[in-house]
Ligand binder design. Structure first.
Ligand SMILES: *Cc1c(COP(=O)(O)O)cnc(C)c1O
Length: 459
């Protein structure tokens, strides 16, 4: 153990390949299903919205996938990111635990999201695409993709969840600076948007609705593809640079993690952070507790069902086997916009279903409380999403204070909250509500789940 406050890797240690967890899993992942037939999806069907290379990565059996030099070149703008020891937080908590956090907030857009945005922009450009369409919640994904598109010379159209469009104006400015066009979703530009607005002109939007709009935009324009910021296997694959670097950094200071923590919206920062460690756990080389943290207002992993469901509200996307609150679920407008999604990455859900990952939910006030303590000790202001991981790390460290255990707690610091200061103001003024989603609302949304239990055997 060393006394370093930040553990840095030289650029030469930037990973050369992404870590694919699929071939390491005890059971193969359930196939995505075609929304029209309910049968396993023909990958060719995805060609309308995704480039071939990303479709291949989605299904790849290869244990490692080489990172093209052009992508590593861009990663070098901010990677490798620091692993930091939270000395001052430990002291404030009077815990014998050692707390480390992987600081993904140092990227230009301020979160982990460009790790995949850059890769997706690169592969689309290489395959002759001119424009990418996408959705965004709090704006982190939209800003990350705008940044990546600008670097690779692509146009970018962002459908931004309406409640966030007005709550979080500054990430919209980032998107504009990086050259993207941004619309508050639901819009009048798409069939799906017009249908939602006809039903409810006051709709505050949701990620599910915005996804429907972006997918429709991509599917109806030849030169345009769609890019998703989370959930899909290839997105989690690109994010494994986080966990791969963290492993090397922990080795540098001779530490082994006892507890690994990440917040979960669609599961990409969590998956990218923990998968390389889960690989070791599956191989019998590591024993560690792995904890996924979500908000009680959108309790996908803790209250949802493990079932096939659509990724979007209109039911245009393939059906994925995942924990879901139902694709019609519209979560309340909490400040952790990036965690307001009805489903979760199938790969993360499978680990939860297999008992390899534990899920936990927190209301937003205890998370902001943890985030303020973190800011007052470590200095960095966490994004509201990240504050969920901070809360869980603090609770684990407080447990160690009770038991006297010197556990090594490592969490992913997915992003900073410099554009979420209005949420902090609300918290400091005692204006934030702790929202528990009412049980009957969850049941109502779950009633809408498509009636498909398992893929048909005869295919
Ligand atoms: C988007 C986002 C999340 C949630 O998305 P995941 O795909 O679950 O990682 C978490 N933290 C930050 C800072 C984000 O921008």
């Amino acid at each position: 153990m060393s006394s370093e406050a930040k553990i840095l890797l030289p650029e030469s240690e930037l990973p050369r390949a992404w870590f694919n967890i699929i071939p390491r899993l005890p059971n193969p992942p359930a196939p995505p299903l075609d929304p029209k037939t309910g049968r396993p999806l023909d990958p060719e069907a995805l060609r309308a919205i995704f480039p071939r290379s990303l479709i291949e990565q989605e299904m790849s059996p290869e244990p490692w996938i080489e990172i093209p030099e052009e992508i590593r070149e861009v990663y070098r703008l901010w990677r490798p990111t620091p692993l930091r020891r939270a000395w001052r937080l430990e002291q404030a908590l009077k815990t014998p635990a050692r707390i480390y956090y992987k600081d993904e907030s140092v990227s230009p857009p301020g979160s982990h999201k460009p790790n995949t945005a850059v890769a997706q922009a690169y592969y689309n450009k290489k395959e002759g695409i001119r424009r990418l369409a996408t959705e965004t919640g709090a704006g982190q994904w939209g800003s990350a993709l705008s940044f990546a598109c600008k670097l690779f010379g692509l146009d970018c159209t962002v459908y931004m969840v309406k409640v966030s469009f007005y709550q979080k104006p500054f990430r919209k400015s980032l998107m504009h600076i990086w050259g993207a066009e941004v619309f508050p979703s639901p819009t009048e530009r798409t069939e799906s948007g017009r249908r939602i607005l006809a039903q409810n002109p006051e709709s505050r939007g949701s990620l599910g609705i915005a996804i429907s709009e972006a997918v429709e935009d991509a599917a109806t324009h030849e030169d345009t593809n769609y890019a998703l910021g989370s959930v899909l296997n290839h997105v989690l694959l690109h994010q494994t640079v986080i966990g791969l670097e963290t492993k090397k950094q922990l080795e540098l200071v001779d530490e082994r993690p006892d507890v690994l923590i990440g917040c979960v919206g669609g599961g990409s920062n969590f998956g990218g952070f923990v998968f390389p460690f889960v690989g070791d756990i599956l191989a019998g080389d590591l024993e560690a507790e792995v904890i996924a943290v979500e908000p009680t207002s959108c309790p996908t992993l803790t209250k949802g069902l493990y079932r096939y469901d659509y990724g979007d509200t209109a039911g245009l996307t393939p059906l994925l086997l995942m924990h879901t609150l139902g694709h019609t679920f519209e979560p309340p407008g909490i400040h952790a916009g990036g965690l307001r999604y009805h489903g979760d990455a199938p790969l993360v859900c499978q680990l939860v279903a297999d008992g390899l990952v534990k899920a936990r939910a927190y209301p937003q006030n205890p998370c902001f409380e943890a985030a303020v303590l973190f800011a007052q000790t470590e200095g960095i202001i966490p994004a509201p999403e990240t504050s969920h991981a901070v809360r869980a790390a603090i609770d684990e460290a407080l447990k160690c204070r009770e038991t006297g255990e010197e556990k090594v707690i490592v969490f992913n610091f997915s992003g900073h909250g410099h554009f979420d200061l209005a949420a902090y103001d609300d918290f400091l003024e005692g204006k934030l509500e702790d929202y528990e989603y009412p049980e009957e609302k969850i049941l109502e949304a779950l009633e809408q789940l498509p009636r498909i239990s398992a893929p048909k055997d005869d295919d």
